[in-house]
Design a protein around this ligand. Structure first.
Ligand code: AP5
Length: 211
């Protein structure tokens, strides 16, 4: 399975990718996570990306395309992968086409903007391993402590309300046109995000035609 997941910020791409990754035994490649790791480690990529992420803007196409090119040739991608957060612009989708990789499906998770704001305000992320929680919908066992590694749970810097507003605007302007791009290639399938994570997972399975 070579799958692309599209969706607005906070639509649940990462949450659904985590389950699908386990189910199919394939890696999730999240450009957002790769960039956040670079930020945590203070690398050149992290320093360059920070100025964009903090404003809710996209990192330049050439930077992310290079990240993906290097990542997709690694051994663990041989039997498939899930792309979470890439492509995000038409030039990125064209670049992926040129890599000569056959994509099997493109899943778009649809959630209304108002819901997104509520979801993102409750999201917490582990400062050490990056695991994601929600204070209501996916709470950690111990408040503010990561179930996996015991790290501190914090709010992502780009989850501040004014940044989220910008991220949504950027999504509608630059990423949403990809739905048309992939519909024309007959690859697009849609799942509507539900109130509970498990109900969304059911919709995702239906959309992908898996049990
Ligand atoms: P990225 O990390 O990709 O952020 P995003 O697309 O904005 O998506 P999020 O990670 O915010 O949300 P998600 O859809 O994964 O939702 P989640 O599962 O966490 O990118 C960050 C930044 O990096 C970008 O702004 C950009 O600057 C840069 N970047 C990355 N890729 C790039 C690219 N290709 N080109 C250029 N720049 C790039 O869920 C959200 C919350 O809701 C969680 O708390 C979760 O627990 C909860 N939740 C999930 N599902 C449900 C449900 N069904 N019901 C209730 N709660 C739920």
């Amino acid at each position: 399975m070579r799958l692309i997941i599209l969706g607005a910020p906070g639509a649940g791409k990462g949450t659904q990718a985590e389950g699908l990754s386990k189910k199919f035994g394939i890696p999730t490649i999240s450009t957002g996570e790769i960039i956040r790791n670079a930020l945590r480690q203070g690398t050149e990529l992290g320093k360059e990306a920070k100025q964009y992420i903090d404003r809710g803007l996209l990192v330049p196409d050439d930077v992310v395309i290079e990240i993906i090119k290097e990542r997709l040739v690694q051994d663990d991608c041989k039997n498939g992968f899930i792309l979470d957060g890439f492509p995000r612009t038409v030039p990125q989708a064209n670049a992926l086409d040129k890599m000569n990789i056959t994509i099997d499906k493109v899943l778009s998770i649809e959630v209304e903007d108002e819901k997104i704001v509520e979801r993102i305000s409750g999201r917490r992320q582990c400062s050490q391993c990056g695991a994601t929680y929600h204070i209501i919908y996916k709470p950690s066992k111990v408040e503010n402590v990561c179930d996996t590694c015991g790290g501190n749970l914090i709010m992502r810097q780009d989850d501040a309300p004014e940044t989220v507003e910008n991220r949504l605007k950027v999504y509608h302007e630059q990423t949403e046109p990809l739905k048309d791009f992939y519909a024309k290639k007959d690859l697009l399938t849609v799942a509507f995000g539900q109130e509970e994570v498990s109900d969304t997972t059911e919709e995702v399975y239906k959309a992908l035609g898996v049990e």
